[in-house]
Design a binder for this molecule. Structure first.
Ligand SMILES: *Cc1c(COP(=O)(O)O)cnc(C)c1O
Length: 202
């Protein structure tokens, strides 16, 4: 479970860490890097879960343990170069756009194969799975079909010969629907509100 600490201060992260939580999620690079510096005394794994602009790829590739939002070959290669230069080897997830929503980010299905093909030439970044941010619905059952589709997509990629190590993780499910996501095969859930309470912004 990734505890999504975006907008919450370092004291909230410290409290969760004291309770045993190690993985934290952020959606803004600078906010996260500031928290990392303030919490450098703790052994935490930082996950980037927001949309990653290419001009932030360098800092993100050097700073995060896991980047959930790789959605193009260009971004993949930028993050890989940054990680190589920084001497780190982060994990990456390919964010998939199953809904084709113009407002949402994520790779559309035809581009997925290209990203996986390119990932085999990465030198520092290791692609380990798929990430989904489905259209929001209050009703978790309305989201279940998207979770099923991500799992089926994982199966299709395996059938197509994609390296199993690069599709083993499924990052899906948030505060209101993580139980359904787990039923459908999530290996990583990203939970913010249910841990830290409601966010005042974003
Ligand atoms: C904010 C966010 C979450 C957590 O949402 P909650 O509803 O607070 O659990 C999960 N994933 C992504 C990509 C987010 O931006």
């Amino acid at each position: 479970m990734v505890a999504v600490s975006k907008t919450f201060g370092v004291e909230h992260v410290r409290a969760a860490a004291a309770a045993g939580q190690r993985d934290f999620g952020e959606n803004r690079v600078q906010e996260a890097v500031d928290k990392m510096a303030a919490l450098a005394d703790l052994p935490l794994n930082w996950h980037f879960i927001g949309h990653l602009q290419s001009n932030k790829a360098r800092k993100a590739g050097a700073s995060f343990a896991v980047i959930h939002s790789i959605d193009s070959v260009d971004l993949l290669q930028r993050v890989d170069r940054a990680a190589l230069e920084a001497g780190v080897s982060p994990e990456g997830l390919v964010q998939v756009d199953l809904a084709g929503e113009a407002t949402k980010f994520g790779a559309e299905l035809p581009h997925l194969r290209d990203i996986f093909t390119a990932s085999s030439t990465c030198r520092a970044l290791r692609i380990v799975g798929l990430m989904l941010l489905p259209p929001f619905s209050e009703d978790p059952e309305a989201t279940r079909p998207y979770f099923v589709r991500l799992r089926n997509l994982q199966q299709d990629l395996l059938t197509d010969g994609v390296d199993p190590a690069s599709v083993c993780q499924l990052s899906m499910g948030m505060s209101h629907d993580y139980e359904v996501a787990v039923q459908e095969g999530a290996t990583i859930v990203r939970v913010g509100t249910a841990i830290f309470g409601r966010r005042s912004k974003q």
